[in-house]
Design a protein around this ligand. Structure first.
Ligand code: C2E
Ligand code: CA
Ligand code: CA
Ligand code: CA
Length: 276
């Protein structure tokens, strides 16, 4: 048993070393990826449920490496977060997304302006200079503050609510909208809403996935919508893949929706072409 245990450990540690090596390699490659033009943004449209109007889009980062191919955002965002690289990448993403959104507005001024939603990582929030970065970006790109929506995960605000609340208040004071992403996955979600100033919540797609099958998920989704509305905040459902999900969310009074059934992430040009 002892020998087997030793072998197991050897296997385990070799696998661990490989995982560590891969991360170090990814981090090294990611460092210059923006300047080499390997990173780009795609936009997933968001819709208002009462009238079906397209109202904005979420910016999602893509990394296409010449040898590794497409690296999943869940993988490289984590590497960027752990290594601190996100503090450089985050502002670059923000700037590019605001510049794209400004171009959508310039092309058509007659209809309702489209917002852009940008993901902000916990580390960016903790770095403390987010309000300065945001205000400089809005100034440089000329995008109206109310057309920038920031998406923060629940985990980013949990733990240091006072600090997070002060930052979010400052951002909202500038006119920027703030959303809590992946809502419902952290247990403390509901009680947090009273203390953290946000404009809305994004119901996590794990709930949306099961609203037609699992009565508990439907009940929870319905409760989140009712509670959010009673607090005066809006609700987005993400990961809508079926017409039935869309229909039931609309019936339950959800405000906005996003998902493959409505539209896949696409390039800025493709998104822009959708509107004209
Ligand atoms: P997220 O913020 O929850 O983004 C939504 C994810 O769901 C995206 O995955 C999107 O492509 C995917 N999605 C959209 N509709 C559907 C659907 O109907 N069904 C399913 N199954 N999935 C759908 P993606 O692009 O792979 O991004 C994964 C995560 O990586 C994002 O989750 C976000 O946390 C992070 N991320 C992406 N771009 C950025 C960024 O620029 N900055 C930061 N900090 N994080 C980012
Ligand atoms: Ca998001
Ligand atoms: Ca999400
Ligand atoms: Ca379930």
């Amino acid at each position: 048993a002892k020998v087997a245990g030793k072998n197991c450990f050897r296997f385990y540690s070799r696998a661990m070393n490989q995982a560590v090596e891969r991360r170090v390699h990814l981090e090294h490659e990611l460092r210059g990826a923006w300047d080499r033009g390997e990173l780009s943004l795609v936009y997933q449209p968001m819709f208002r449920l009462v009238d079906g109007a397209m109202i904005g889009a979420e910016a999602l980062l893509r990394w296409r490496h010449p040898e590794l191919g497409f690296v999943a955002p869940s993988v490289f965002i984590d590497v960027a977060e752990q290594s601190g690289l996100i503090e450089v990448l985050g502002p670059q993403v923000l700037h590019a997304a605001c510049a794209d959104a400004k171009r959508w507005q310039a092309a058509r001024n007659d209809d309702e302006p489209m917002f852009v939603a940008v993901n902000v990582s916990p580390r960016q929030l903790r770095s403390g200079d987010l309000p300065e970065v945001v205000s400089a970006t809005l100034r440089e790109t000329g995008l109206a503050a109310n057309l920038l929506h920031l998406e923060l995960t629940e985990t980013a605000v949990i733990g240091d609510e006072l600090h997070a609340s002060a930052l979010l208040s400052e951002l909202r004071g500038m006119g920027v909208r703030v959303w809590l992403d992946d809502f419902g996955t952290g247990f403390s979600g509901l009680s947090h809403l009273r203390r953290v100033p946000v404009d809305g919540v994004k119901i996590d797609r794990s709930f949306v996935a099961d609203v037609l099958r699992d009565p508990d998920d439907l009940a929870l989704t319905t409760a989140i919508i009712a509670m959010a509305h009673s607090l005066g905040i809006l609700v987005v459902a993400e990961g809508v893949e079926k017409e039935g999900q869309y229909a039931i969310l609309r019936e339950r009074g959800c405000d906005f929706a996003q998902g493959y059934w409505l539209g896949h992430p696409m390039t800025a040009e493709e998104f822009h072409a959708l509107r004209v």
